[in-house]
Design a protein around this ligand. Structure first.
Ligand code: ASP
Ligand code: MG
Length: 422
């Protein structure tokens, strides 16, 4: 017998029929002898609809009241799932955020979970009852409803799994796992059987959005084993014991699995960045700090940075990327600081893409970056900036070459589907 937290996203909960399918998946899990708690999202599109109502009511809305409104989407689906489970003959009840409670910070609309009281949940599960918990919501120190920020129900699920010390947190979504790359770009992309927390964080933060990034960090911190899998499986499918999705686990668990490691786990692409170049910045101490301090103060996240020093002129060009959504603000800030920074011109290009190869296997292998550079060069793809971490190499290229680059790299690292297991 295992203790499993199951989480269903908005597309899985969108309407009576889909909720019935979810209820059957949950029922099957319980019938297999497991203790089950379920965390649900609002129906697809519902949170957007509620956010719009808030905007219409008051463009400068009070976040605490916004939370009262937007948390209601999950209240509805948790009650509906409990009702549907009861209709199937299961014992089930809902537990709203304030009832458990899920205690959060007072940062309305972007609250952080502090503690979850698991006593009621454990008792309910032990009594054979299915606990249904609305994701995304909690209660502040002041006793008011909070929400965790968009996509937050993944984080709720992982937090509940940590609180009840679940054997696994199964996150049911509309994709059937995490792939070596975007299957819409590479038909030969393979579903990964396992990926480490670190890899998943890198893949998510560079644009492979399956889970809210915060939920992965939390899973890593708490050691929660997470499985991503599809809720769109047919009703006669075997219980989820067979682990049909992708498991997100610790490095040690992957190491111990005896399956030979791939050097590279996946390739991500991200079109959400823009490039800025400052020309002829004085090459002296403090110059770079002058550029980045105002951006940091404005909460703008700078990612890739390169500085090309021209030895004879005592000047440098500084190239870096910022989120595309912050490009206009960044340009305005930099233009306003032209004298202080002392650059000649500021140029920008939003027509770029960041391509990243990710894999814990590269910690112990040389030559990963050079394989990447050579594969891209062979296809005439120009690299505009580079950044690396212990388990990732990223390059910035022209946006039009995104698909080509992803395909070329997928092949170069031997990731194209053959029959071998991962
Ligand atoms: N319903 C919330 C949202 O759409 C939370 C979630 O589904 O994760 O952001
Ligand atoms: Mg989601």
């Amino acid at each position: 017998m295992a203790r499993i937290v199951m989480k269903f996203g908005g597309t899985s909960m969108a309407g009576t029929e889909r909720i019935r399918r979810v209820a059957r998946i949950v029922q099957r899990q319980q019938a297999a002898g497991h203790e089950v708690a379920v965390v649900v999202s609002a129906m697809a599109g519902e949170t957007d609809r509620l956010v719009n109502f808030c905007r219409e009511a008051n463009p400068a809305f009070d976040p605490a009241e916004y939370d009262v409104v937007v948390a209601s989407g999950e209240q509805v689906t948790s009650g509906l799932l409990a009702l549907t489970l009861q209709a199937l003959g299961c014992k089930a009840r809902s537990w709203l955020g304030w009832q458990l409670p899920v205690a959060t910070s007072d940062a309305y609309a972007r609250a952080r979970i502090e503690t979850i009281d698991s006593a009621a949940l454990l008792a309910s599960m032990a009594a054979g009852e299915i606990a249904v918990i609305p994701g995304f919501q909690g209660v502040s120190h002041e006793g008011r409803i909070t929400t965790l920020g968009r996509g937050g129900s993944d984080t709720s699920a992982v937090a509940v799994a940590a609180a009840v010390q679940a054997d696994r947190c199964d996150i049911y979504t509309d994709v059937d796992g995490v792939y070596t790359t975007d299957p819409r770009i590479v038909a030969k992309a393979r579903k990964l059987a396992r990926v480490t927390y670190e890899e998943m964080l890198e893949l998510a933060s560079v644009g492979a959005k399956v889970l809210q990034t915060r939920s992965v960090s939390l899973a890593m911190k708490e050691g929660v084993r997470v499985q991503v899998l599809s809720s769109f499986i047919d009703d006669d499918a075997p219980p989820a014991d067979s682990l049909p999705g992708t498991l997100i686990v610790s490095d040690e668990e992957v190491e111990g699995s005896k399956v030979e490691r791939q050097l590279i786990t996946g390739i991500a692409h991200d079109k959400n960045e823009a490039r800025i170049v400052l020309t002829r910045v004085p090459d002296k101490p403090g110059a770079v700090a002058h550029i980045f301090s105002p951006l940091a103060a404005a909460g703008i996240n700078v990612d890739m940075i390169i500085q090309n020093v021209s030895k004879d002129r005592g000047e440098t060009d500084v190239t870096f990327t910022v989120p595309r959504a912050d490009l206009a603000r960044s340009m305005a800030l930099l233009e306003g600081q032209q004298e202080e920074i002392g650059f000649n011109r500021v140029l920008s290009d939003a027509h770029v893409a960041k391509i990243s190869v990710v894999g814990v296997g590269m910690k112990s292998h040389a030559g990963v970056a050079s394989t990447m550079f050579k594969a891209l060069a062979d296809r005439g793809i120009n690299i505009q900036a580079i950044s690396t971490s212990e388990i990732k190499v990223s390059v910035l290229i022209d946006e039009d070459e995104t698909e080509l680059a992803v395909r070329v790299l997928h092949t170069a690292y031997g990731l194209d589907a053959v029959d071998a297991a991962v």
